[in-house]
Design a protein around this ligand. Structure first.
Ligand code: COA
Length: 702
């Protein structure tokens, strides 16, 4: 199927409904009604062995009896009849089949589900579902859902894995005055999935923003590709269930697909330019704003408020969403002093105080419009007794218009009682971004602002390092021949050397004499570590001694390590003792990677050493990545400040971390037999002085 071809699923010229019914309340009845009431202009063929006419359409006893071609067949017969119905639809030559019927993969019957897909695909047809509530497209005026209400046409596309939630979203979006361009329920994803549906909404001119509800992704690589192409042209907001372990289990059983690891999903969608919402309300607000409000392309924002508290809340929210607040005190003073009482504030947030009237707001917002340095506004209002509430709606309308004409983004948070709520409803009806909560206003602006930054940024192609792949492969060959699924410490060091990652000087001594010779040559202090295929966790076995400062300590240490390890595992074969240069103290980080079942190879960076597990300050990216993306990983951990030199320390060598992330990515990409890699700790020195990868753990598989 070529990318554009899926259009016929959304805009068919003819639709057959197998299981159409004359009985109100049945799904087969509602689908035909919705086609009729939605104004569908193509041909409708209800299929039912007993009826003559449904909703004014002539009924056919079987799809084979329909005279003309059928683009789309909707199936609403019970599960036991579905395979035969699909077979008949395929024989008729239908191109797309949507199966509303439940009772397949989601309850464990993958056999029938697979049989249905095989039958369709062999006959050149594609399946959406089963277990869906249907598809709607405004462009095709085609509503094949069984929704109870008409769908309000508009410019937000919803793709949802949960059908029931989709039905609820139709009602909720209509209540929030959000019109839909597309609504597609994806269900069990037995054949077509969200990536296929994205192909349609990417090309659908009426869609201005996309909302996806996702539980689990089966083919992450295809999903990322479609998502990247979608965000290149329109904003995508994703609501994903399954953040908690229990939620992930529920999602898996609900849809019959495995929910991928949530941290990786989160990282991947952000990497592809999508925003993740936590709640339905957040998702609707963000989509509505992104679809209907001129995008905030500029950077200098001001907060104008009559309440100090909501001003502080908005300031906090700006930090969360990386919205830069304008800070030139001279400009702010000149612009906002005339309407600000002496006890207010002209620092950003501009606090025109609780006594402000609609006239004061008009003046302040006229000033933000007229001041060229101010490029975007968050106007906040707390209901007060002094404010002339009857003028609230006209004031917002007027000031919105003024900012819009000047290309300045503006968003309103209006906090108050019934009168304020009425005002918000009226403003939203006119497409004005007015919200009842500061967080809704600022986050809607922030998500749009961050999206603008994403599309303005050049997304470089992949960067790879030059590594000795053949050398690494021969290390893996030997370890596999040895029956191991992991590399020994010295083999891990050899992999690092082959990839050009700096490691402490180190060599394996098969005897005490050699250990002394190596320590003297390297210079004290040194580290001594056991080398044994039978001991994976060397420290736990007493197989590591740090800070060995003298020849006598080498002699004593050698004996202690052998004794400890023999005690830990009497059968352990000890190949020798690794003598390693002792790395001087520095800030410790981790670079790692693994193969995600859905998204393929992913690379990780974070705060390392012994705090990895406790702090969990790590970020992921799916491969491939550019050096810029690797740099953004470094900047996005919470401990990033440690690298810019805290408390008088010198800046750390960030370039060498970026190099290491790219090198580990290259290892994962070029050596598919490596399943997991963890380079930890990595001690990072001052700028220009590089880093040392102290230890690495590498797991392999045939
Ligand atoms: N060809 C065409 N129509 C046929 C048929 C055939 N071979 N065999 C039966 N029918 C007709 C029936 O006669 C009936 O029409 P009628 O009301 O005029 O008698 C119609 O198809 C529907 O069959 P029925 O047995 O009444 O089923 P139903 O409407 O009670 O339930 C489903 C069918 C698909 C709705 C039900 O099995 C189901 O899966 N429900 C869950 C759907 C769901 O929730 N999906 C996910 C949404 S999120």
């Amino acid at each position: 199927m070529s990318r554009g071809e899926i259009k016929r699923l959304f805009e068919p010229e003819s639709v057959a409904v197998i299981g159409a019914s004359t009985t109100p309340g049945k799904i087969g009845y509602s689908v035909v009604r919705n086609l009729r009431n939605g104004g569908y202009e193509g041909k409708v063929y209800p299929i039912n062995p007993k009826a003559d006419e449904i909703w004014g359409y002539k009924v056919y006893a079987g799809i084979g009896k329909v005279e003309g071609p059928v683009d789309l067949t909707v199936i609403t017969v019970p599960a036991a009849l579905t395979y035969d119905s699909v077979k008949e639809a395929v024989a008729k030559g239908t191109k797309y089949i949507t199966i509303i019927t439940s009772g397949f993969g989601e309850v464990g019957d993958y056999e029938t589900e697979n049989k249905i897909v095989a039958c369709a695909n062999e006959g050149g047809a594609r399946i959406l579902g089963p277990n869906i509530f249907g598809v709607f497209s405004a462009a095709g005026k085609c509503n094949t859902t069984f929704s109870a209400n008409n769908i309000l046409p508009g410019n937000v596309a919803i793709l949802t894995q949960s059908g029931a939630l989709g039905i609820a979203m139709i009602g909720k979006t209509a209540a929030a005055n959000i019109g839909l361009s597309v609504m597609a329920s994806i269900g069990n994803k037995s054949d077509l999935d969200e990536a296929d549906c994205l192909e349609y909404v990417i090309r659908d001119d009426s869609t201005k923003a996309i909302l996806m509800y996702v539980e689990g992704i089966k083919d992450g690589i295809r999903f990322m590709d479609a998502l990247r192409r979608a965000t290149a042209v329109k904003p995508v907001i994703i609501l994903k269930a399954g953040r908690s372990q229990r939620g992930a289990m529920a999602a898996a059983s609900h849809t019959g697909s495995l929910a991928g690891s949530d941290e990786i999903f989160d990282a991947v969608i952000k990497q592809c330019g999508a925003a993740r919402a936590e709640t339905l309300e957040e998702a609707f607000n963000w989509c509505n704003f992104a679809a209907n409000t001129p995008p905030p392309k500029k950077h200098n924002f001001v907060i104008i408020t009559n309440g100090g508290g909501i001003g502080v809340m908005a300031t906090d929210a700006c930090e969360t969403y990386n919205i830069p607040l304008y800070d030139d005190q001279n400009v702010l003073k000149e612009a906002f002093t005339p309407m600000t009482p002496a006890f207010g504030s002209v620092k950003n947030p501009i606090d025109i105080t609780g006594g402000a009237t609609s006239t004061d707001y008009n003046l302040a917002l006229a000033a933000s419009a007229a001041t060229k340095e101010v490029e975007g506004v968050m106007a906040l209002y707390c209901e007060t007794a002094t404010f002339d509430t009857e003028n609230l709606t006209p004031m917002v309308k007027e000031t919105y218009k003024k900012h819009k004409e000047l290309g300045k983004a503006i968003v309103y948070a209006l906090v108050g009682g019934e009168l304020v709520s009425d005002s918000i409803r009226a403003l939203q009806k006119d497409g004005i971004p007015a919200y009842s909560d500061v967080m809704h206003a600022v986050s809607s602006l922030g998500v749009s602002y961050n999206y603008q930054n994403y599309i303005a940024k050049k997304h470089d192609a992949a960067d790879w390092a030059k590594i000795d792949t053949a050398g690494i492969n021969s290390i893996i060959d030997r370890a596999l021949a040895d029956g191991r699924s992991f590399l020994l410490a010295n083999e891990g060091s050899d992999v690092m050397k082959a990839a050009g990652v700096a490691i402490p000087g180190s060599e394996v001594a098969p005897s005490l004499e050699k250990a002394i010779e190596l320590a003297e040559k390297m210079g004290y202090p040194v580290v001594m570590k056991v080398v044994s295929r039978d001991i994976l966790h060397k420290s736990d076995a007493g197989g590591v001694i740090l800070g060995v400062k003298h020849k006598d300590d080498v002699i004593a240490g050698y004996d202690t390590i052998i004794k400890n390890c023999k005690k830990h595992n009497p059968k352990a074969v000890i190949d020798g003792i690794e003598v390693t240069e002792m790395v001087s103290a520095g800030t410790e980080f981790i670079v790692g990677g693994r193969r995600d079942p859905a998204f393929g190879p992913v690379v990780m960076f974070g705060l390392g050493g012994v705090y990895v597990e406790v702090m969990k300050d790590v970020v992921f990216r799916a491969l491939p990545i550019s050096r810029d993306e690797a740099r953004s990983m470094v900047d996005s951990i919470k401990a990033a400040k440690l690298l810019s030199g805290v408390r008088g320390q010198a800046k750390r060598d960030v370039n060498s971390i970026v190099d290491t992330i790219i090198k580990v990515s290259t290892i994962l990409n070029e050596c598919p037999r490596i399943t997991d890699i963890e380079v930890n700790p990595i001690v990072v020195y001052e700028e220009g002085k590089g880093l040392k990868a102290v230890d690495s753990r590498i797991m392999i598989a045939k």
